[in-house]
Design a protein around this ligand. Structure first.
Ligand code: AKB
Length: 315
């Protein structure tokens, strides 16, 4: 049975990945590492939880040794728009957390999952059906840390035998923990407004297409790539994965099928618009499908129905 440490277990992905990993591997085998003390909700109390600052290598090493961890999910991140406002923080967290996890993994023989992103592409990348292997010249600090992360993870795999694996996540849509400071956050925020019957102010122009994915598929991607038979993997760091591509108007239309009164106005955020314009419209994820059987379950309509159902219960 794997022994897992999640660094960043209270964030958008971490809070749901913790629950899923504990249901698969057993509560005692999944240590939730948190930076800010978690809100007591019964979940953290159900298994081990430890304070782990991703920028403190001693703290990571101590927890890895204490619990005999063999797999680290490194989810500490500053998302794209926040990183552009504070590039030093974006760099320090993006690069620092990864290097700390890789160095502990090298010493303690752990496998490491670190998400990359569609942000690892830039304005000179082919925009439609972006291939797995293509130009990666991002013009954001977030993207630069993601490209560095992909390359240094390959380096640690080849030079030191660390089992590093990763996927390039698109925008992730979820109903438990809100994302914060990302360019794709609008695709979550619109659902909260729609369910509350409020008007949504969209920060991106109509016609801004980006890849997206519903959280259950994002969790499957992280777990399945770590479980994949390594003999089938030609790539490792990092796989294109996607589930849908839409622009704000398509998303609003999908929601209006169930909440016809949704009103959307546009107030463009120049920073987020520039970042979104530099990213692909849609990814080609055929390598992930062929090499480890990636197959998302949720398309735009299925995700929309489930988001509205879940948020109606929650709100
Ligand atoms: C962001 O918008 O910064 C993230 C991402 C696509 O990596 N959601």
């Amino acid at each position: 049975m794997k022994k897992i440490l999640i660094v960043g277990s209270t964030g958008q992905i971490g809070s749901e990945l913790s629950v899923r990993l504990r249901s698969i591997y057993g509560s005692d085998n999944v240590v939730c590492g948190y930076y800010l003390p978690p809100f007591p909700n019964g979940f953290f109390e159900a298994g081990p939880a430890e304070e782990v600052n991703a920028l403190n290598i001693e703290q990571i090493a101590q927890v890895v040794k204490k619990y005999k961890i063999d797999t680290i999910y490194n989810l500490a991140a500053i998302l794209s728009a926040t990183a552009e406002k504070n590039p030093k923080l974006g760099w320090d967290v993006g690069v620092g957390s990864l290097m700390n996890c890789l160095d502990v993994a090298k010493e303690c023989k752990c496998a490491v999952f670190t998400p990359s992103s569609i942000g690892a592409f830039g304005p000179s990348t082919p925009k439609d059906k972006t291939p797995q292997d293509t130009v990666q010249r991002p013009n954001t600090v977030y993207g630069i840390t993601k490209v560095l992360g992909e390359l240094v993870s390959v380096y640690y795999a080849e030079r030191y035998g660390v089992d590093t694996r990763s996927v390039r996540y698109p925008g992730i849509i979820s109903n438990m923990t809100l994302p914060g400071g990302g360019t794709t956050d609008y695709a979550v925020e619109i659902f909260y407004k729609a369910v509350k019957g409020e008007k949504f102010t969209c920060p991106l122009k109509p016609g801004t297409f980006m890849d997206m994915m519903y959280m259950p598929d994002a969790l499957d991607a992280a777990i399945n790539i770590m479980e994949a038979d390594s003999s089938g993997l030609i790539h490792r760091n990092s796989f294109n994965v996607t589930a849908m591509s839409f622009d704000p108007e398509m998303l609003a239309a999908a929601i209006r099928k169930y909440i016809p009164g949704l009103e959307v106005e546009y107030e463009i955020d120049p920073l987020k618009q520039a970042i979104a314009d530099s990213w692909p419209n849609s990814l080609d994820d055929s390598c992930a499908r062929e090499e480890w059987g990636w197959a998302p379950e949720y398309d735009l309509d299925k995700m929309t129905q489930d988001m509205i159902r879940a948020l109606k219960q929650k709100l």
